[in-house]
Design a protein around this ligand. Structure first.
Ligand code: BMP
Length: 250
């Protein structure tokens, strides 16, 4: 099954469009593994994917993450996304993508700012030959993101905001998804207007960062990426339940 098929199957099975951002921190690796697995088991049937970031990779190391969290996600039939935000030159990006994919990740996040030639070309090749997904960061959720992503860029004889140019690149490069902050519902609407039903939009920034789940979904979000609002809640299960929605593709 491709990444797209896996996430759609999990979304429909669990009536959820929530991607859990499992960004737990802590000094004791054994406890960190235990806590990660406990939360994943608690919300496993209320989410559609798991996103791992540098918190777990740097604390546990990739082999340990693969052997614990990725393994559990697989037994729960949940696809896994590595939030690597790849943004380097070709051979380095490609090495990271290959290594994460071959350790068990089903998709990876990259920044389109690196460009295609000797930038993300090898990442897409590594993904496409393995049936994995590439999601492109198109508008970040933090307040400071506006300074770059809303900048007006020149393209041919015309002008448009950088995020619109990045959105068009995601279509051209055949990415499996676009990431836009849930804190920016107007940007989500604009991106949805540009891409129509061609691609899913993944929205981080719900809850703790101030984004509203319903607003993001109404604006055109396909999936919500949610971390602290779930794993720091008194009941992660109740917090994940509160975010459940009927999946409506894309
Ligand atoms: P939280 O729900 O705890 O705010 O976590 C959001 C997750 O999404 C984090 O892993 C963060 O690194 C990621 N993220 C984000 O918050 N904004 C972006 O624009 C892009 C992200 O990947």
């Amino acid at each position: 099954m491709s990444f797209d098929e896996m996430i759609m199957a999990a979304a429909s099975r669990n009536h959820s469009r929530t991607v859990l951002a499992l960004d737990l921190e802590g000094p004791d690796p054994a406890r960190l593994v235990e806590k990660s697995q406990t939360i994943l088991r608690e919300v496993g049937n209320l989410i559609c994917a798991v996103k791992i970031n540098r918190q777990l990779i740097l604390s546990l190391g990739l082999p340990k993450v693969a052997d614990s969290v990725l393994k559990l996600a697989k037994t729960l039939s949940l696809p896994t996304i590595m939030d690597a935000k790849l943004n380097d030159v070709g051979h380095t990006n490609e090495f990271m993508a290959r290594t994460y994919f071959d350790s068990g990740f089903d998709a990876i996040i990259a920044s389109p700012v690196a460009g295609w030639e000797n930038g993300l070309d090898g990442v897409f090749k590594a993904a496409n030959t393995r049936g994995k997904g590439v999601l492109l960061l198109t508008y970040m959720s933090n307040p400071g993101a506006e300074a770059f992503y809303s900048l007006i860029g020149k393209q041919g004889s015309g002008e448009k905001p950088v995020f619109e140019i990045l959105t068009e690149l995601a279509l051209e490069w055949k990415a499996q998804g676009i990431i836009v902050g849930a804190t920016k519902p107007r940007v989500i609407s604009r991106v949805r207007a540009i891409i129509g039903a061609a691609l899913p939009i993944y929205c981080p920034g719900v809850g703790t960062q101030g984004g509203d789940a319903k607003e993001a979904l109404n604006a055109g979000a396909t999936y919500l990426i949610v971390g602290r609002t779930i794993y720091n809640a008194p009941s992660p299960n109740a917090a994940a339940k509160a975010l459940q929605v009927q999946p409506v593709p894309p």
